[in-house]
Ligand binder design. Structure first.
Ligand SMILES: [Zn+2]
Length: 218
């Protein structure tokens, strides 16, 4: 019983309908650090892809993807430090809360961009390249992006699907504030894992491959 009580202090009661969950100070700290520590690696990752680029199109794609990756961790970190330390700044907090939710859609679109820009996936991909951004703008759920599997070159798409699956599993924790201690921080870890799987696949198959089949040459 005592151990259950000491476990409980890491978590507050589940929020009632229309109320936001109030994390404990432990959870605030975990929410902050799980993404703050990934800002620098995200910048390093972006720079690495930039350096590996063989042409202008690869460089642009490295920046688009890299900016999405950095924005995800940066916006999330700023939002969580504000809710933790400056929660009295209601309007600023509200604004960053919205940005934190929206940035993930743009990040997902950015994650698909390297595959759509740098891999010959047939005529559908040419449309998908812009369509993913429209979808992100509309805040649509990313599961719909999975229909571009092509008979041409599917190396790496398993990793993309795997990353998508990790996001989906993470949503369980995203919805578990007040049920599981540190649920939101665990969600952050899932986001980071999925991002790492995607990054590894993009680095391995699109930038580090001996001959990357680009669509456009400089
Ligand atoms: Zn968060």
């Amino acid at each position: 019983m005592k151990s259950l009580n000491s476990f409980q202090r890491f978590m507050n009661r589940r929020a009632s309908a229309n109320c936001r969950y109030q994390p404990t100070c432990y959870e605030h700290a975990a929410n902050f650090y799980t993404h703050a520590l990934l800002i620098v690696p995200a910048f390093v990752g972006m720079t690495l892809l930039h350096c590996l680029s063989d042409n202008r199109w690869e460089r642009i794609t490295a920046w688009v993807y890299g900016m999405g990756l950095c924005a995800l961790f940066l916006v999330s970190t700023v939002f969580h430090i504000i809710t933790w330390k400056k929660s009295h700044m209601r309007s600023v907090e509200h604004c960053f809360h919205m940005c934190d939710r929206v940035v993930i859609y743009f990040f997902i679109a950015a994650s698909y961009s390297p595959w759509l820009n740098l891999r010959e996936l047939g005529p559908l991909a040419a449309h998908m390249r812009w369509f993913v951004w429209l979808m992100a703008a509309a805040g649509t759920v990313y599961k719909k992006f999975y229909f571009f599997t092509s008979p041409l070159n599917t190396d790496g798409l398993h990793e993309v699907a795997c990353g998508g699956l990790i996001y989906c599993l993470g949503v369980f924790f995203f919805k578990s504030d007040g049920i599981i201690p540190f649920a939101h921080a665990i969600w952050h870890v899932f986001v980071a894992l999925a991002a790492a799987v995607h990054y590894h696949a993009i680095w391995k198959y699109l930038y580090n491959a001996p001959s990357s089949d680009t669509l456009l040459n400089p």
